[in-house]
Design a protein around this ligand. Structure first.
Ligand SMILES: [Zn+2]
Length: 462
């Protein structure tokens, strides 16, 4: 029997999603991580429409294909696995939340405004944004969140306005499957909204609660306990009550009650991936034409070296696509916000853009900024510097890696010092800015290389 069957059995309805037990109301919630996975699965299979505006997976694929090889990317977390969903991956919650995410929706809006995606894709972008917001409301865990909807629910918070609108949107949503019947996950979100409103009202009246952490309404903690208990008794997939009881006692005695490592939403495993992929990278013989190697006799002269880098960098800078420039603009704004001296920050960026001098590179910041986020808009000089460093990095990283696996960062900094006009800030902030920028670039280079190796392996298998 599934969850919906159980609701029916207890007589819980959409308007009355609770039962009375020992003079207390027990509310029924659908597990929001399951709902968000299910929405993603349905979008992959069917088109949705809202007021005759179509939302479809193919828009998302278009976006992924445009973004996947950019360095840096607008949505760096979106990968092939999110698109293909190979066996077992549909169960992983994080793949769904990274797909239906603010980065993806704002990335799509950026490309639409740059005229690189068709304008009708805006409906899919909004669909993604909507479900990202809705999931946030049901996933709050801490007060220290920039995004309003990710904060805990309070009596006067902005959540209520959003939830009222969300109810309307879900009511008008249409799915284009064979029967036209809305999938259970859409109905489930509506039922959750109704249940949340009733639950909060009751908690407020009875206990005068200050806030509600909605992640506590999911079955995450239960699932974690079950996965630990199950891993105790070997491969027993159908334990009876006695076996379960003794297993959970054993766990508690051993105080081993921690989530299993193969849990549903695993932590970022980039480091591990990098280590394994790095050894594979070494096995592949890449023959690259190393241009501008400063150790070559031909380029031993410093002036030649300088000229060569300046020349290729300028060409690259001119050829840089708006798509990547916007990603760099976003990264630059974020880095400015991390500097320690306010007076240095003020020389690089501002909280809003001067309307007389709008920089195209800041389009993505515009799309990304949400209430209270206080994103910074870098000035023209800052943008130029970040773009030049990116060009230098992308031009040299492969040849530097082939030459020497260590000290790559130092080499790049050396070239930047010679070739780029320095930022007009203190030395500490200068170093910090460059360090952060290089971290982002190295990260996106590694991710891109890993993805390419995956593609390479796939092709060599066939
Ligand atoms: Zn400073």
């Amino acid at each position: 029997m599934n969850n919906i069957g159980m609701r029916n059995l207890f007589g819980a309805t959409q308007e009355q999603p609770f039962i009375n037990f020992n003079d207390e109301k027990m509310y029924f919630f659908h597990d929001s991580p399951h709902l968000i996975k299910s929405v993603r699965n349905n979008l992959k299979k069917y088109n949705f429409s809202y007021d005759n505006d179509f939302c479809s997976w193919s828009d998302l694929e278009d976006f992924y294909n445009l973004d996947k090889n950019k360095k840096p990317r607008l949505a760096p977390r979106l990968n092939k696995i999110h698109m293909d969903l190979p066996p077992f991956s549909p169960m992983r919650v994080c793949l769904a939340t990274q797909t239906l995410s603010h980065s993806v929706s704002s990335g799509m809006m950026t490309l639409i405004s740059l005229n690189e995606m068709k304008s009708s894709a805006i409906h899919t972008a909004r669909f993604i944004e909507f479900f990202d917001n809705l999931f946030d409301v049901f996933n709050s865990i801490t007060h220290s969140e920039a995004k309003t909807l990710r904060k805990p629910l309070t009596k006067t918070s902005d959540h209520w306005k959003f939830l009222n609108e969300a109810e309307q949107v879900l009511g008008k949503l249409k799915v284009h499957n064979r029967t036209g019947k809305l999938p259970p996950c859409i109905v489930g979100w509506r039922e959750n909204i109704i249940a949340l409103k009733l639950l909060f009202k009751e908690l407020d009246e009875k206990y005068k609660i200050d806030f509600l952490l909605t992640r506590r309404l999911t079955q995450d903690s239960v699932e974690n306990v079950f996965s630990v208990v199950r891993s105790r008794g070997g491969n027993n997939v159908t334990p009876d009550a006695t076996k379960f009881h003794s297993a959970i006692r054993m766990c508690m005695c051993n105080t081993l009650l921690e989530p299993s490592k193969s849990g549903n939403c695993e932590s970022e495993c980039d480091a591990v991936q990098f280590l394994t992929k790095c050894s594979e990278l070494k096995k592949i013989k890449i023959q690259l034409k190393v241009i501008g190697d400063p150790n070559d006799d031909e380029y031993s002269d410093k002036e030649d070296f300088l000229n060569l880098h300046l020349y290729s960098m300028n060409i690259e800078n001119i050829l840089m696509e708006n798509h990547e420039a916007c990603a760099i603009g976003y990264v630059a704004g974020w880095m400015c916000s991390k500097l320690i001296h306010q007076e240095c920050v003020d020389k690089l960026a501002a909280k809003s853009e001067d309307n007389s001098q709008v920089n195209l590179e800041n389009t993505h910041i515009e799309m990304k900024s949400y209430q209270n986020a206080n994103l910074l808009y870098p000035f023209k000089n800052t943008l130029e510097f970040a773009k030049k460093v990116t060009c230098i990095f992308n031009l040299n990283i492969e040849s530097l890696l082939l030459k020497n696996k260590t000290g790559v960062r130092k080499e790049i900094i050396k070239i930047v010092d010679i070739v780029c006009k320095p930022l007009n800030i203190c030395d500490a902030c200068k170093t910090e800015f460059l360090k952060k920028l290089l971290n982002v670039l190295i990260n996106s280079f590694i991710k891109n290389s890993n993805n390419n190796i995956d593609v390479f392996k796939m092709h060599s298998k066939n």
